[in-house]
Write a protein that binds this ligand. Structure first.
Ligand SMILES: C=C1C[C@]23C[C@H]1CC[C@H]2[C@]1(C)CCC[C@@](C)(C(=O)O)[C@H]1[C@@H]3C(=O)O
Ligand SMILES: O=C(O)CCC(=O)C(=O)O
Ligand SMILES: [Fe+2]
Length: 384
């Protein structure tokens, strides 16, 4: 059974019969969550298994890591930050940073600009819909990709390379959304530049905490191709039956997330979900699957999800750091010598893992464990 929502005269009509449902130009199902939020019953496609919906009231009281001293090169502040990072990443792969060097006006401008994108009419948003196999563009609940456990969200994603600060983001916004969005493109060009700077500083902190050459990961990622994703979660009358983003670890390397003041991000630790209190002055940092492989499993890829709100819409700005596609993901030699243990994961490339998540597997809590058998089956002669 597929779902489609016809937007005529502003009132949604849900057509449940595939024979008569319209499809967008890519054959994907049309869906506009912002029109469904007033519906009394939740379409079954959005209902998640009870096991994923376990509610929590507890908050994660993890340390807030002040990066100010570290960025200035203060040795004592660096040692303090290193200790906090090491403990947090060994446990659950989550921490928050303040005094990060990103101007709060830029963060607020990013929210204001992306609000205008999500408020566009559905047919305009579908004009820059994510194409099958890619990640750039707009998505409504991933309804073109999945037919069950649909996330209650709209997303807008695009790539960022960052070397020589080429205005690729501005070009994308102008070409995909039109010249009216050039200013939005500039705001996100600047935002992504600051995210890249912050990520390279955090990679230095991670390298120090792992006892390896502090420039190792900075060098590995400085020519990377990262992903910027904006999430918009409409309010939902049946918020307890659905999820904004299901339980998962990010397949990417490092995630730099800012959430608005509504709250909804939750982290899984010690077999329990914990709410992450929003902090306007902080960025959430998650270790992703690829970095877990790059440090031979010393640090954990963070399990997290996003719940939705009955009354309030919620947004999050998520920057996913990725290495250049064809680089071999392999822990550094000096880490292997120090830890002495065996390799936990075989070599792979981000290109293969991205392909896996975009074309073969829905990223969840077991992406990496599912990835390697697939990789072996699709590259039987590989020396992975
Ligand atoms: C490489 C990626 C795939 C997803 C976006 C980035 C990193 C996080 C992944 C994701 C958010 C994990 C949960 C499932 C997912 C389908 C989603 O809800 O958006 C994932 C993203 C994606 O495949 O688009
Ligand atoms: O919106 C959030 O708080 C979490 C989003 C997320 O985990 C993701 O997009 O990978
Ligand atoms: Fe995530």
């Amino acid at each position: 059974m597929s779902l489609s929502v016809l937007m005529d005269s502003g009132s949604p009509t849900i057509l449940l019969h595939p024979s008569i449902e319209p499809r967008d130009e890519t054959g994907g199902v049309l869906f506009d969550p912002s029109k469904l939020q007033n519906q009394s019953s939740l379409p079954s496609e959005f209902i998640w298994p009870c096991g994923d919906l376990v509610h929590t009231q507890e908050e994660l009281n993890e340390p807030l890591i002040d990066l100010g001293g570290f960025i200035k090169g203060d040795e004592e502040a660096t040692a303090h930050a290193v200790g906090l990072v090491k403990t947090a990443c060994s446990k659950h792969g989550f921490f928050q940073v303040t005094n990060h060097g990103v101007d709060s006006n830029l963060i607020q401008a990013a929210y204001q600009e992306i609000d205008a994108v999500f408020k566009l009419p559905l047919n305009k948003k579908l004009s820059f819909q994510r194409k099958p196999g890619g990640f750039s563009g707009y998505s409504a609940a991933h309804a073109d990709r999945f037919s069950a456990k649909l996330p209650w969200k709209e997303t807008f994603s695009f790539g960022y390379q960052g070397l020589n600060s080429d205005p690729s983001v501005v070009h994308y916004f102008s070409s995909a959304l039109g010249e009216d969005f050039e200013q939005t493109g500039w705001i996100y060009q600047k935002y992504c530049e600051k995210m890249r700077e912050l990520s390279l500083q955090i990679f230095e902190l991670l390298a120090i905490s792992l006892g390896i050459d502090r420039l190792h990961y900075r060098k590995f990622f400085e020519d990377g191709n990262s992903i910027m994703r904006c999430n918009y979660y409409p309010p939902c009358n049946n918020s307890g039956l659905t999820l904004g983003t299901g339980p998962h670890s990010d397949p990417t390397s490092l995630t730099i997330l800012h959430q608005d003041q509504v709250g909804g991000l939750e982290v899984f630790n010690n077999n329990k979900w914990y709410a992450v209190r929003p902090r306007q002055d902080a960025f959430v940092i998650n270790i992703g699957d690829t970095f877990m492989a790059l440090c031979n499993g010393r640090y954990k890829s963070c399990l997290h999800r996003a719940v939705v709100n009955k009354e309030r819409e919620r947004r999050s700005l998520v920057y996913f750091v990725c290495p250049k596609e064809d680089k071999i993901v392999r822990p550094p030699q000096d880490l292997m010598c120090r830890s002495g243990g065996p390799r936990v994961y075989p070599d792979f490339t981000w290109s293969d893992l991205l392909d896996f998540t975009q074309n073969h597997y829905r990223a969840d809590v077991a992406t990496l464990q599912s990835f390697f058998p697939w990789l072996l089956s699709s590259n039987p002669t590989s020396n992975f």
